[in-house]
Write a protein that binds this ligand. Structure first.
Ligand SMILES: Nc1ncnc2c1ncn2[C@@H]1O[C@H](COP(=O)(O)OP(=O)(O)O[C@H]2O[C@H](CO)[C@@H](O)[C@H](O)[C@H]2O)[C@@H](O)[C@H]1O
Length: 487
């Protein structure tokens, strides 16, 4: 009998994506299947998710799910894995993005939208779905980020039907997003007074949803071993470091993998030319396509790429400062991203100063992000913190060498091309310490120098492309943790 696990999240590829969370949630069912785990994904019924459903048959209905009528509908992910959708039109059918309106303002009822998702998850895990007269329970619930973290609190304090609670795991994809709301929402969460405690949902006088999940889950995971260590400190714990330390051995670091069906340069339909490390000469066609796409001069100078949210976390302010240096040492840049408006303006100004050398695309474009990995020489991630990071993993697979700050998952996945690593033949990219102008500028200078040593660059690129960051190892790590918690 496979282990039956309910994975609860606010996004999953290909249905809805605002960032790396969606990549991971979308890939997990396939990652766990070889390990005897059947993962069912529960998502909110946003318009795009509802449209993907062929036949919307209700498996369960709530007259009032935290005050709103809702029903549960079954579907399938593109991969064929089971999907459950919480169809609550008052909460999820609206114009705009998953967490914010068209103007970028967080929805005022986010506390209700994602508590309802979590309440539904706890009900489903505990047996709300009845088939042929029999309640279908899950063995375990895996909740992602603050939007699903309250599931662990509901399972602990108000399990479905009052039955023994199902074990839960909360995964922290980014400690910076905690879902904190004023104390006035507490009475509307449907939790008993006992949940209003320092050991549960109360946090700085309000409701801390990620905090509640970390406090109540049977196990907590962070998306890389280094980040799992870092969040024990005030520099990375964002106020929750004490709780993380207190949870002790219940906190684990499991590195994200990448979906090698979607991210494979040998078969990627978004590339101008597919290639592998054996046919690397074909890669140049992608560089040419990328130059054309971004209005860059066609030449053989190193082409850096950035695919990122434009935020302080990602060090995009420091990147802005260093762009004149990047061009000065003979580099070019193609950047795809959106976020902070001041940063967007600064990037446009840099592009205007360096026509043909810096090309900017503000917005979100999945296909273009693939072409950039396939055509760029190096991908820059000057992140101040990075729980795991996926774009450096895609960069490794595509031979677009990562140039990264030494933090979180970036520290765990890139081997710096220092003299020792070069001599040992294991380098896969460039790392630097501290997100400052000097550190990033020096890393860029070092990268450009390596680029011009053709044989060395080719060797690093081959090492990078041969790395295995598929879900093989991490799928097993999650499966082992699931088994330990359900034993
Ligand atoms: N403008 C754009 N157009 C197209 N695609 C774009 C894009 N901007 C970003 N992307 C894509 O969005 C994803 C970003 O994922 P990351 O893991 O790098 O960061 P994110 O901060 O979103 O995720 C958080 O969760 C993930 C998952 O656990 C952690 O890896 C990470 O460290 C943590 O901050 C990648 O698939 C990237 O290609």
């Amino acid at each position: 009998m496979p282990l039956k696990v309910l994975s609860v999240a606010s996004e999953a590829v290909p249905l809805v994506k605002t960032g790396g969370l969606a990549d991971v949630v979308g890939a997990l069912p396939g990652a766990l299947e070889p390990h005897g785990v059947e993962l069912t994904t529960l998502l909110p019924g946003y318009p795009a998710v509802m449209q993907s459903l062929k036949r919307a048959r209700a498996l369960h209905t709530w007259d009032s799910l935290l005050g709103t009528p809702a029903r549960l509908v079954a579907g399938k992910l593109d991969s064929g894995h089971p999907l459950l959708v919480l169809d609550a039109p008052a909460l999820f059918i609206r114009e705009g993005a998953p967490y914010a309106d068209a103007a970028g303002q967080d929805w005022g009822d986010n506390w209700q939208r994602f508590s309802a998702l979590s309440r539904a998850a706890a009900d489903i895990a505990g047996g709300a779905i009845v088939k042929r007269g029999k309640a279908q329970r899950f063995d375990l619930v895996h909740a992602h980020d603050w939007q699903a973290a309250m599931t662990a609190a509901y399972l602990r304090f108000a399990p479905f039907g009052g039955e023994a609670a199902v074990p839960s795991i909360v995964t922290i994809h980014n400690m910076a997003f905690q879902g904190w709301f004023g104390r006035e929402v507490f009475p509307r969460l449907g939790l008993p007074p006992a949940a209003w405690s320092m050991d549960a949902v109360e946090y700085h006088g309000g409701v801390g949803m990620l905090k509640a999940g970390i406090a109540c889950a049977d196990a907590v995971t962070a998306v890389s071993p280094t980040y799992a260590r870092e969040i024990r400190s005030s520099a990375f714990g964002m106020g929750l470091e004490g709780l993380i330390v207190a949870r002790g051995n219940a906190v684990h670091g499991i590195l994200n993998g990448i979906d090698t069906d979607l991210w494979n340069p040998a078969s990627d339909p978004a590339l101008a030319a597919c290639y592998s490390h054996r046919t690397i000469e074909r890669r140049i066609a992608n560089k040419r396509a990328l130059e054309a796409e971004f209005g860059l001069n066609e030449d053989d100078s190193p082409l850096f790429v950035v695919i990122s949210r434009l935020t302080w976390q990602k060090g995009m302010d420091v990147l802005l400062e260093v762009l004149d240096h990047l061009v000065g040492i003979g580099g070019r840049l193609a950047l795809l991203g959106s976020g902070d408006h001041l940063m967007e303006r600064g990037l446009h100004e840099a592009a205007a100063r360096h026509p043909g050398r810096i090309g900017i695309r503000i917005g979100y474009n999945e296909d273009l992000s693939h072409l950039m990995q396939g055509g760029g020489d190096a991908i820059l991630l000057p992140s101040r913190f990075e729980p795991c990071g996926l774009t450096q993993l895609y960069g490794l697979a595509y031979g677009c060498l990562p140039v990264v700050s030494r933090t979180g998952g970036l520290a765990d996945t890139v081997i710096d091309a220092n003299p020792a690593a070069l001599a040992a033949g294991c380098a896969t990219g460039v790392q630097f310490d501290g997100v400052t102008y000097d550190a990033l500028a020096a890393a860029l200078t070092r990268t450009v120098a390596l680029y011009h040593q053709h044989e060395t660059w080719a060797r690093i690129r081959k090492n990078a492309m041969k790395c295995d960051f598929s879900w093989k190892a991490s799928g097993k790590a999650y499966a082992d943790l699931y088994r330990a918690l359900t034993a």
